[in-house]
Design a binder for this molecule. Structure first.
Ligand SMILES: Cc1cc2nc3c(=O)[nH]c(=O)nc-3n(C[C@H](O)[C@H](O)[C@H](O)COP(=O)(O)OP(=O)(O)OC[C@H]3O[C@@H](n4cnc5c(N)ncnc54)[C@H](O)[C@@H]3O)c2cc1C
Length: 760
């Protein structure tokens, strides 16, 4: 049960011992873990042992001690994170004694209550009205005792990064996200962890020290990124094809400088490829006129999974985190010595139920990316607008468009923009950034942008490869939050990197930057918050060493153990390992038997993708998935990879989510409609979206049940040559499947006999 003063929830022991999360002594293999005392209810622990790696709904707020000397604790495999409703309860409790009204409000109350005033006495738990009778000193005292240190608004890369930083310093922090973690720009990036070769080029040509510094810092962060979330990120060689001989030394020098800037934190050295070697590495490349290529290294990650890992890591370190919870109002109060009233909390709205909750805190951090101005206007309606959003569109093409382990960059497209062409999650993504755009919650990829990318891709690929509109499996548009610094002399020019601004009433806005630099941005933000809000952290910033959820027990070969233990298909085991890290064991423990000889576990949601049904359950139980979109876009990446495959999987996903989250029939139909609308914003062809708009769940189930495995590539859309090619592709797929099956047979032989008979 939640106790009062939830603001202290999960703080280090010396500061707030009353509210705890449970864990078990079986939890940890990290060196620090032995010093932690874990408590869990006896019944839950017993069940947990039986259930192996399953997460259990144990009470989270048991007493226990938190080792202050270490923050990089490995969460127990049995760790049960607080539910979303417990999180909301903790938010409610933060203002159990109300958010005290400002002097003006108090005066208003005083006037309206003038007759009753004389009879009122001070309450130990003042209502908003009674709070009007408190003196400033009393208000300050209550504020010291109550409320979160920080309320972070926005659950993208920046906000969740700030929450992890603040929580690991021992501050009490709450984070609210109006949609889902990463639903904004942070799910729509190019997925690169990079310094940016093009920024380096600018730095050199424009002798711009600021750009140079930005690239250097990002390269440094790139290394940290790979260290703290190794299962979510990897090295990616990127090829720069060169069509003029004299350009080879030019690009080579550029990429060498990139390596040098990274210094000891460099990944791999860049190198030059002859024409023949370039064609070998990237056989789809246009060979006509190719002089050679330069290859350099950057990192690549799964952006929303990184976002979820950050949110869960913040929770593990004690943060209160709620998705689908929107800030609708900021509260202010008088503070002696300050001319302006200072922000002391916010009203948040549970978007799923409409309930409003007052949250009390010492400081509010606005980490809403492209939406920063809306929050700034809640602070001051006339606040200067600082965001100049720039949109970027990406498309997903089938995997055969690029080799598995090599990306491509075109630094000089027809209109001077840069385009990336990268293997990602078994498919190929292509896209670019930088077109001025208005701020919208769900920006749509425009058809002309999609066509432009296809044209640029055509320029680079061999004429044998027919680049077709029908091959676009998904498309999305993201808004880059470019910002102006309102405190700068030249308020019109955009800042190169990120910007931290504190308004007169104490609203701390952090905006700009990029995914790669989220950690550094968070560090600077919390440093500033500590100063501005006079906070008392237990320690300094430790995020360079705080590994994210799933990283501690993960190794590159973990998927083999998963495969052997649960009898999974190879691609499924690899996917689970690289998506959940060591939490994949928990996902597998929820996997139902297939009833087949092989795979033993892991019922797929779609035959073409390695996502399994157990992930839906896990997302609901352990990752705060609340809607179908949360699952298809951010817990898995199905909608980013293939919108039609997502349509096909929707009925089963809705079925499982309905049983996990107790959805009514009406809610299930609504989820279907919302899901289809969302897929329309992800490039689902408009005629198909229209066709699906009036379809009921029952109809869709019936149509999916019909044996038309890839109906989304309806023959009518393909020309004669395509149909022939497709027939060939089917034969190839069958061939691949057969090879895969024989591989699986070999692997099965390696499973110990006592396990291979099933029983998992
Ligand atoms: C096309 C594109 C490609 C990119 N590629 C890369 C790349 O390859 N590498 C890289 O390092 N960077 C890249 N970036 C940059 C990077 O994606 C962004 O800098 C980063 O994701 C911004 O994160 P954020 O948290 O600031 O914003 P967001 O992710 O947009 O998060 C802000 C959140 O605030 C929430 N919110 C808004 N209002 C409220 C409210 N009232 N209450 C509660 N919540 C609210 C929103 O729902 C949203 O989820 C790219 C950007 C774009 C546009």
């Amino acid at each position: 049960m939640l106790r009062p003063a939830a603001s202290r929830a999960l703080r280090p022991a010396s500061r707030m011992p009353s509210i705890r999360m449970a864990s078990t002594s079986a939890s940890s293999s990290s060196s620090s873990s032995s010093s932690r005392r874990y408590l869990v209810s006896g019944a839950a622990a017993a069940t947990a042992l039986v259930a192996g790696y399953a997460l259990l709904p144990t009470g989270i707020f048991n007493d226990g001690r938190f080792d202050e000397s270490s923050t990089d604790d490995r969460p127990s495999p049995l760790w049960a994170l607080p539910s979303r409703s417990q999180m909301l309860q903790a938010l409610r409790e933060s203002s159990a004694k109300s958010i005290r009204p400002s002097a003006a409000d108090r005066q208003e109350h005083d006037e309206s209550l003038v007759n009753a005033k004389a009879t009122q006495t001070r309450s130990s738990a003042p209502s908003p009205v009674l709070a009007g009778n408190l003196t400033d000193a009393e208000i300050r005292k209550l504020d010291d005792d109550e409320g979160f240190d920080l309320l972070v608004v926005g659950g993208g890369a920046t906000g969740t990064g700030v929450a992890v930083d603040a929580a690991t310093r021992g501050l009490s922090v709450a984070l609210v996200e109006k949609d889902d973690f990463g639903a904004g720009t942070s799910s729509k990036s190019t997925k690169l962890i990079h310094g940016g070769v093009r920024y380096l080029q600018k730095a050199v040509f424009e002798l711009d020290y600021g750009q140079y510094k930005m690239v250097k810092e990002a390269l440094h962060e790139r290394k940290t990124f790979l260290h703290i979330a190794p299962y979510l990120s990897e090295h990616l060689p990127i090829m720069l094809p060169v069509y003029r001989y004299w350009q080879i030394p030019y690009y080579w020098a550029g990429t060498k400088m990139y390596d040098l800037l990274a210094g000891s934190e460099n990944m791999e050295s860049s190198y030059v490829l002859s024409r023949g070697k370039a064609m070998e590495a990237f056989p789809m490349l246009k060979s006509d006129g190719l002089a050679g290529a330069v290859v350099y290294y950057d990192g690549q990650h799964n952006d929303t999974r990184m976002n979820i890992a950050l949110a869960l890591t913040a929770v593990h370190h004690g943060a209160i985190v709620a998705n689908h919870t929107e800030v609708v109002k900021l509260h202010k109060r008088d503070v002696p010595g300050k001319e302006e009233q200072q922000i002391c909390g916010a009203t948040v709205r549970d978007v799923l139920t409409g309930e409003t909750i007052d949250v009390k805190c010492k400081g509010v951090i606005n980490a809403t990316g492209p939406f920063s101005d809306a929050i700034r206007k809640l602070d001051f309606p006339t606040a200067q607008e600082i965001v100049a959003p720039s949109s970027g569109v990406h498309i997903t093409l089938p995997g055969y468009y690029s080799p598995r382990g090599m990306g491509l960059i075109d630094p000089q497209t027809s209109d001077g923009r840069v385009i990336f062409f990268l293997p990602w999650q078994g498919n190929t993504i292509a896209g670019t950034t930088d077109t001025a755009a208005p701020v919208e919650a769900h920006p749509l990829p425009k058809e002309e942008e999609i066509q432009w990318i296809l044209d640029e891709v055509r320029n680079y690929l061999s004429p044998d490869i027919k680049v077709r509109r029908g091959d676009v499996l998904s498309a999305w548009s993201g808004l880059r939050p470019l910002v102006r610094d309102p405190a700068a002399k030249d308020t019109q020019s955009l800042v190169r990197n990120h910007m931290i601004n504190v308004s007169a009433s104490g609203l701390l806005t952090i905006a700009g930057g990029k995914w790669t630099t989220y950690r550094e941005m968070a560090e600077q933000t919390v440093d500033r918050a500590v100063e501005e809000f006079n906070l008392k952290p237990v320690r300094g910033c430790v995020t360079k060493e705080t590994r994210l959820m799933g990283s501690h027990g993960w190794s590159k070969t973990m998927y083999v153990k998963l495969l052997q233990r649960f009898g999974l298909e190879t691609d499924v085991a690899k996917h689970l390992s690289s998506t959940y890290g060591d939490r994949a064991w928990s996902v597998c423990s929820l996997a139902e038997a297939t009833g087949q000889r092989w795979p033993v576990h892991g019922v797929r949601l779609d035959p073409l993708y390695p996502y399994i049904e157990a992930e839906v359950r896990y997302a609901c139980r352990s990752e705060y998935a609340q809607t179908v979109q949360d699952f298809v876009a951010r817990r898995t990446r199905l909608s980013f990879l293939n919108t039609e495959a997502t349509v096909q999987a929707l009925p089963r996903i809705i079925d499982i989510m309905a049983s996990e989250l107790d959805w009514s029939t009406q809610r299930q139909e609504e989820e279907l409609r919302d899901g289809v609308r969302f897929l329309a914003s992800m490039g689902l062809q408009s005629d198909r979206a229209e066709e699906l708009s009036g379809v009921t769940l029952k109809d869709l189930k019936a149509s999916v049940a019909r044996p038309q495995s890839d109906s989304h590539l309806s023959d009518s859309r393909l020309d004669a040559k395509d149909q022939l090619a497709r027939a060939g592709a089917r034969v190839d797929t069958i061939g691949e499947k057969a090879t895969e099956q024989s591989r699986e047979r070999d692997q099965r032989r390696t499973i110990p006999p006592e396990r291979s008979g099933g029983g998992w």
